[in-house]
Design a binder for this molecule. Structure first.
Ligand SMILES: NC(=O)c1ccc[n+]([C@@H]2O[C@H](COP(=O)([O-])OP(=O)(O)OC[C@H]3O[C@@H](n4cnc5c(N)ncnc54)[C@H](O)[C@@H]3O)[C@@H](O)[C@H]2O)c1
Length: 248
């Protein structure tokens, strides 16, 4: 069992889905966990984490706004004294054909999914560098990072961008003992993907060699490993977790 006692973690987009499970798993592993999201539902996750007896804090914050993000990270450092783990998970995936996509649609997706990763990373890095310790885990996607997806050009561009960002940042901060990795999930059943409907669910399931959709726990288990000392020699990687979906 991995032990993250005494570590302070921030998880973005953690009111539901993968982020929520990541937050709960980090707390179960012993970390103090900060839950960041744009919706009030985040405070329910904070209550759940308190039940695990961990210190926690909920912050309503839009990851695409640097001032909001800087304020959020300042609050975390005030309360906990540092930050050891950052999970950049917040993301949106509004399906839109390129011919129907306008500049606003493009900016919104890039702003949340890609600039959000830059914003939080930039805000936590000075503290991690001072501590000479840190784990940054960016949630990308098989879309863009591994394969193409219909009607998700903006999303795919943002996720491919996250992988490039991850590799370059890993090089810059390795000397401070900060590890930066990306995770590219395949189909994971969450509140966000549930809206695709039953037919799409079954179609996708049939294309997954392991024979089922992924669960938020599948991704959370990998996050825990990448957040722990057990993965100290892994940096700049994009780890695919998709039940074999992109193998054929
Ligand atoms: N579910 C999948 O199949 C899948 C596959 C590959 C990658 N991903 C990625 O995993 C991450 C989580 O996906 P999910 O399915 O759990 O999503 P979800 O839609 O269920 O949850 C995303 C959360 O992010 C929050 N959020 C949205 N915009 C935000 C903003 N500007 N600032 C802060 N929080 C914001 C939402 O309120 C929500 O709570 C995303 O980055 C997504 O792209 C998901």
């Amino acid at each position: 069992m991995i032990n993250l006692n005494g570590r302070v973690a921030i998880v973005t987009g953690a009111a539901q889905g993968i982020g929520k499970e990541v937050g709960l798993s980090l707390a179960r592993a012993g970390a103090d966990v900060v839950i960041v999201d744009v919706v009030d539902k985040l405070f329910e996750v904070v209550k759940d984490i308190k039940k695990h007896g961990r210190n926690t804090l909920g912050i309503k914050c839009d990851v695409s706004n640097y001032n909001d993000v800087k304020n959020a990270v300042d609050q975390v450092i005030d309360k906990f004294g540092g930050v050891d783990i950052l999970v950049n998970n917040a993301g949106i995936y509004p399906f839109r054909p390129i011919l129907e996509m306008n500049e606003e649609d493009w900016d919104k997706v890039i702003g949340v999914n890609l600039k959000g990763v830059f914003n939080f990373t930039k805000a936590v890095l000075p503290k991690m560098i001072e501590q000479k310790r840190g784990k940054i885990i960016n949630i990308a996607s098989i879309a863009g990072a591994v394969v193409g997806f219909m009607n998700l050009t903006h999303y795919s561009a943002s996720k491919a961008g996250i992988v490039g960002f991850t590799k370059s940042l890993a090089l810059e901060v390795a000397k401070y003992r900060i590890n930066v990795n990306a995770i590219s999930p395949g189909p994971i059943l969450t509140e966000g993907t549930e809206i695709l409907g039953h037919e799409m669910y079954e179609q996708i399931k049939m294309a997954i060699p392991i024979g089922r959709w992924g669960k938020p726990e599948d991704v959370a288990n990998l996050v825990i490993f990448l957040a722990s000392d057990e993965s100290n020699f892994i940096t700049g990687q994009n780890i695919v977790i998709d039940g074999g979906y992109t193998l054929q």
